[in-house]
Design a protein around this ligand. Structure first.
Ligand SMILES: Nc1ncnc2c1ncn2[C@@H]1O[C@H](COP(=O)(O)OP(=O)(O)OP(=O)(O)O)[C@@H](O)[C@H]1O
Length: 249
């Protein structure tokens, strides 16, 4: 089998006596959505932060596209194609949707300082940004300030920004959070198509979305992966049902 896009090996992270990530190994393969689920405080965000480079693991390694990236910082991992969206928005509210995406495109291209009016007419920057906005369904909101977008639209915008970075893998931290049922359905369709572009490691509490989308699901409880498998395998796993899906033992 081809080497996974992302390969996490025996990752641990302690905060004092607390093992927030405890000997976690998992991988992300080309074309798939791998969902990571678990109760509040299980260590999902801590794990994503270590993968993105925001947090240094206590031990273990992270391989991305066949190389050990454990010692690289966030910017270098992003430059190599690891795109993360956040639980808490990182948008600039007063900027238009287009300008928010273009900042990301510009960062990727590593272009040196230019006056913004020049940037806004530079097709090499505007075209990929508009394409990313259209892709997520915001083609008619290009000029709208991020502050005037609905909650759901802002989540779409965050995904457009991740897309504009032409990632080799997406790390999505609760993209459905705060979405109504209609928004969640639309986002589910979008993520479904996105996996063809780059595989997705998806942290999500919305179980309808997880079971609809995930090719594989890993369940994390108290920092440890207690089960990993297809949706059907996870549904049938008695340890998962007791520990997470809330069924009596
Ligand atoms: N910087 C930190 N210092 C100390 N403890 C931390 C730190 N960050 C996280 N923790 C603890 O590590 C554990 C895992 O937290 P984490 O945020 O990763 O969980 P989570 O699974 O993402 O939860 P949620 O689903 O609520 O977002 C929690 O007990 C949390 O309190």
């Amino acid at each position: 089998m081809a080497e996974p896009v992302l390969d996490i090996r025996r990752l641990s992270k302690s905060f004092g006596a607390l093992k927030a990530t405890d000997d976690v190994s998992l991988d992300l393969r080309a074309g798939e959505i791998h969902a990571l689920i678990g109760p509040n405080g299980a260590g999902k965000t801590t794990l994503i932060q270590q993968i993105s480079g925001a947090l240094k693991p206590s031990s273990g390694s992270i391989r991305f596209l066949g190389e050990d990236v454990s010692a690289l910082d966030v910017a270098e991992r992003a430059r190599r194609g690891l795109a993360r969206t956040f639980q808490i928005s990182s948008l600039t509210p007063e900027f238009s949707a287009l300008r928010n995406v273009m900042l990301a495109v510009q960062a990727r291209q590593g272009s040196s300082f230019r006056f913004f009016r020049d940037v806004m007419t530079d097709a090499s920057l505007t075209e990929p940004a508009i394409a990313a906005l259209s892709r997520v369904g915001l083609g008619d909101r290009v000029r709208t300030p991020a502050a005037e977008l609905s909650h759901g639209e802002r989540r779409q915008l965050e995904i457009a920004i991740a897309l504009a970075l032409r990632p080799k893998a997406f790390l999505l931290d609760e993209p459905m959070a705060g979405m109504g049922p209609e928004g969640s359905r639309a986002l589910t369709v979008l993520l479904d198509g996105l996996r063809a572009e780059a595989p997705i490691l998806l942290i999500e509490h919305d179980m309808d979305a997880v079971f609809a989308l995930a090719d594989r699901i890993s369940v994390i409880v108290y920092g440890r992966i207690i089960a990993s498998g297809t949706a059907a395998e996870i549904r049938a796993d008695s340890a998962v049902r007791v520990a997470y899906l809330g069924e009596p033992g």
